[in-house]
Design a protein around this ligand. Structure first.
Ligand code: TA6
Length: 271
């Protein structure tokens, strides 16, 4: 366990991969299979402050996505989680975190809930979010990926139909892969179960396998968006892209007898 400014961070150094996870938000900050470049992007100017969102990594957005409420992307990423289980062997490291309603969360959102986040660190990285309670939620594993050059990257497997948060409205695309030459902020509502991020400059591709997601969100703020954010360097947008396992377009009715399980498996292949 290490401190970075206000926050406690679990540092993992396993023969197969290194990783770091902040207890605030059960927030994966980094994951790097041995011999690979870092797969997860973290802003060099993010704050590490109690109660404040971290820019980068994999924020757990819950119980709402985006600006559907305050704070943005829900409160789960700003709360202190408990590490409840830990095991490791030659195949990797497994960590389980939990968060339950408390006086602070009930001020923001008046419901009882229990969240369990399971993170497995190995040559692949798996994150599962299990929600217990009795309410409708939207949520996302808001995954920031580290890429070499956004202008050369493409993302496929997104499906054609999306809600566009830059220009508004719903649209259909017949293009096989999404490329980035300006701000992109889209909720794809009919995605395939695997998103493929091709990064020819880095000589690799990243796959995200989505489970129980209704949507996949892709985001890059572009030059202007980045310069408007105090916690992203001006050229930070060039080396990141968000591809998020999400459940946004249809709020999921979580029931006590029917927990919701949203999960991602991330892996990396050399070209
Ligand atoms: O996932 C894309 C998005 O919802 C964007 O609209 C964007 O503003 C971003 O997430 C970051 O949100 P945040 O609240 O972390 O600043």
């Amino acid at each position: 366990l290490r401190k970075k400014d206000d926050l406690s961070i679990i540092v993992i150094n396993h023969p197969k991969a290194t990783a770091a996870i902040a207890l605030q938000g059960a927030h994966l900050l980094s994951w790097q299979p041995k011999g690979e470049m870092p797969v997860i992007w973290l802003s060099q100017s993010s704050q590490f402050k109690t109660g404040a969102a971290i820019r980068g990594g994999v924020p757990i957005c819950w119980p709402w996505f985006g600006k559907a409420g305050t704070p943005s992307h829900g409160f789960a990423r700003n709360e202190l989680w408990q590490l409840t289980e830990h095991s490791e062997n030659e195949d990797g490291v497994w960590l389980t975190f939990s968060l339950e309603d408390n006086p602070h969360t009930r001020q923001i959102w008046p419901y009882a809930f229990r969240l369990i986040a399971r993170i497995k660190i190995n040559t692949t990285c798996e994150i599962e979010l299990e929600s217990h309670g009795d309410y409708p939620v939207t949520c996302a594993l808001h995954t920031y990926l580290n890429i070499a050059d956004i202008s050369q990257v493409n993302v496929s497997g997104l499906g054609g139909h999306y809600m566009d948060k830059v220009i508004g409205g719903e649209h259909d695309s017949t293009e096989k892969a999404l490329t980035f030459n300006g701000p992109i902020d889209r909720i794809y509502t009919q995605p395939e179960s695997v998103s493929l991020i091709q990064d020819p400059v880095a000589g690799r591709s990243i796959e995200i396998h989505h489970r129980n997601a209704t949507d996949v969100v892709t985001w890059n703020p572009g030059a202007e968006g980045a310069s408007g954010m105090s916690d992203m360097e001006n050229d930070g947008y060039k080396t990141m892209v968000c591809v998020e396992t999400a459940s946004v377009s249809n709020p999921v009715d979580v029931r006590n007898d029917r927990p919701q399980r949203l999960s991602s498996i991330i892996l990396c292949r050399r070209n």
